[in-house]
Design a protein around this ligand. Sequence first.
Ligand SMILES: [Fe+2]
Length: 123
Amino acid sequence: MQAHLGPANKDARKILYEDPELGFCILAHVHLGVANSQPHDHGPSWAVYGQVAGETEMIEWKEVSPGRVQKLRQYCLRPGQAVVYHQGDIHSPRREGETRLLRVEGVNMDNVGRRRFSPVDPA
Ligand SMILES: [Fe+2]
């Protein structure tokens, strides 16, 4: 774990393993400063976000009209916590400082488009 998510790794997205048969990927993510994502899903893929260091403020959304979303819930992911987002689950992570995550994707999202959404009301 130290080799992939320790201080030497500064990669925002690093694939540690891609299964040749099933296609899922295990990734290390390092965000060194403030990092905010627009609400998005992962298209046909699920994803598990596992927090290793720092904190991620996560918002889950529901689509209320094409491309527009409303906030469902908000919570903080702390080290040791993991959450699964199923196909089509809309979410947006926000980081106020350095974070390190272990993520698993059902398919390599480098090759797949993700839908992005705009909040009806600002978060
Ligand atoms: Fe995501």
